[in-house]
Design a protein around this ligand. Structure first.
Ligand SMILES: [Zn+2]
Length: 388
C-alpha cells in the first residue's frame, strides 16, 4: 500500500519505516500541541517551551503508535502470519500483513492486541503523570504524560469501533467468521460497517468545516475517506480470493514466454526484443534455467558505448529469482508474493526452470470473466449438473 519508505530501525526482527505522508502528520501534531493543546493546559507557557513540549509529545505519540502496531505484529508472529514491517503514515501506523490471518481466532487475538496495548500504555502514562510533582518544574512534563494517557485512550477506543479496517472491525469480522464459519459474509458485514463509519466521519468533517473548524474537519473527512477506501479494497480482495483460491497458476500463466539467452548483446536485445515486443522485462535463461531478468529501466541507464559491449548476463537483475511462483501454487498465493514485492509480474518456475509468466493483468481479466459468469458457474459443478 506504500510507495517509497524510509527505513528507521528494527526491533525483534520487525522493520519500522516511515511513509513520506508521515511528515505531514508529524508537523500537524507538533503544531497543534505547541500552539493549541499545551498553552491551553499550562498557564503562562512561553512559546519555546511549548514547542519543545510539542515535539516531546509527538515523539511520545509515535512511540505509542509503534507500541500498538508492535503488539499486533507479535501476536501475528505467534500465528505464523508474516509481517512485512511496521509503517508510520499520515493516519498513524500499520503492521503490514503479508497474508490474511489463517483463522478467526488468530485474527481476533491479533486485532485485539493493539487496543489492549494502548490501554495499558494509557494507564502507565496516567500513573507517571500522577507521580510527577505538581510544582512548576514538574508541571510541563506531567502535562505531556497526561496528554499521552488521553491520546492512547482515544487511540484504543477509536480503533475498537467495529468498522473494518479498524481493529474493532477485524475483531467483529473474526467473531462473525468464527461464529458462522463464513469468511466472505463476515468480510462483507465488517466492510459494510466500515463504509458507514467512513461516511459518518466525512459528514462530521463537512460539518466541522462549515462551523469554522477547518483543520479538524479536513482531518475527519480524510480519515473517513481512507476508511471507506480500505473497506472497499478489503472487500475486493475477498472477492478475488473467492474467485482465485481454486485456480492454479498454470491455468492463468502465459506459457512459452519470450526469453533472452544469457550471451545475447544488449544492442541486439534492444532491437529484437524491446522494440519488437514492447514488454518492459524479459527473462534471461541459460539452457532452460532462469538466471534473472533484463529490465527496460536498467537498459535505459546504459551508455550507448556499453550497449555494444555488454550482454544480457552483465545487466540482468537477480531479484527476478524472488519473484517466482510454482505452476501448481494457487493464484491467491501468487498475489501474496506480488503484494510482498510490490510487482505485477511473476515468473513461473519449476525446479529452477522457466515455465511461464503470470501478470496481474491476466489475473484481473480472469476475475472479470468469473464475475460475469457468476461465482458458482466455475469450476465445480452444482448438484443439479450431476443429475443431468
Ligand atoms: Zn491496531
Amino acid at each position: 500500500m506504500f510507495g517509497k519508505k524510509i527505513g528507521l530501525f528494527s526491533i525483534l526482527g520487525f522493520r519500522v519505516s516511515l511513509d513520506f505522508t508521515w511528515f505531514f502528520l508529524a508537523i500537524l501534531i507538533v503544531w497543534s500541541l505547541s500552539r493549541g493543546y499545551f498553552p491551553a493546559v499550562i498557564e503562562g507557557l512561553d512559546p519555546n517551551t511549548a514547542l519543545v513540549l510539542g515535539i516531546v509529545g509527538a515523539l511520545g505519540l509515535f512511540f505509542s503508535i509503534i507500541f500498538h502496531e508492535f503488539s499486533h505484529a507479535i501476536v501475528a508472529r505467534q500465528f505464523d502470519i508474516p509481517i512485512a514491517g511496521i509503517t508510520l503514515f499520515i493516519f498513524g501506523g500499520v503492521a503490514e500483513l503479508e497474508k490474511e490471518p489463517p483463522s478467526a481466532k488468530s485474527e481476533f487475538l491479533m486485532a485485539l492486541a493493539g487496543p489492549i496495548a494502548s490501554y495499558v500504555l494509557a494507564i502507565a502514562f496516567y500513573i507517571i503523570a500522577g507521580l510527577l510533582p505538581d510544582a512548576t518544574a514538574g508541571a510541563p512534563l506531567a502535562a505531556v504524560f497526561s496528554y499521552l494517557a488521553v491520546i492512547n485512550t482515544i487511540l484504543a477506543t477509536f480503533n475498537l469501533l467495529p468498522a473494518f479496517p479498524l481493529d474493532g472491525g477485524r475483531v467483529f469480522r473474526a467473531a462473525i467468521w468464527g461464529w458462522t464459519g463464513n469468511l466472505q459474509r463476515a468480510t462483507k458485514l465488517a466492510a459494510g460497517t466500515g463504509r458507514i463509519l467512513g461516511t459518518f466521519m466525512m459528514v462530521l468533517g463537512v460539518f466541522s468545516i462549515i462551523s469554522g473548524n477547518f483543520v479538524a474537519g479536513m482531518w475527519q473527512a480524510l480519515i473517513g475517506l481512507f476508511i471507506i477506501g480500505a473497506a472497499r479494497s478489503s472487500e475486493v480482495q475477498m472477492v478475488m480470493k473467492t474467485y482465485l483460491d481454486d485456480v492454479p497458476v498454470r491455468q492463468l500463466m502465459v506459457g512459452n514466454p519470450v526469453i533472452i539467452p544469457a550471451h545475447m548483446p544488449i544492442d541486439e536485445i534492444i532491437e529484437d526484443y524491446f522494440y519488437r515486443f514492447g514488454h518492459k522485462v524479459f527473462p534471461v535463461v541459460r539452457g532452460e534455467v532462469l538466471l534473472g531478468w533484463v529490465r527496460l529501466e536498467d537498459i535505459g541507464k546504459l551508455a550507448v558505448k556499453e550497449r555494444a559491449r555488454l550482454t544480457a548476463f552483465d545487466v540482468l537483475s537477480r531479484d527476478a529469482l524472488d519473484r517466482t511462483v510454482s505452476p501448481d501454487s494457487s493464484v491467491t498465493h501468487a498475489m501474496d508474493i506480488m503484494r510482498k514485492h510490490n510487482t505485477s509480474r511473476l515468473l513461473v518456475t519449476s525446479n529452477g526452470k522457466l515455465k511461464g509468466i503470470l501478470t496481474l493483468k491476466d489475473i484481473m481479466n480472469h476475475v472479470a470473466v468469473r464475475q460475469e459468469i457468476g461465482a458458482a458457474g466455475y469450476p465445480e459443478r452444482s448438484a443439479e449438473d450431476s443429475f443431468g
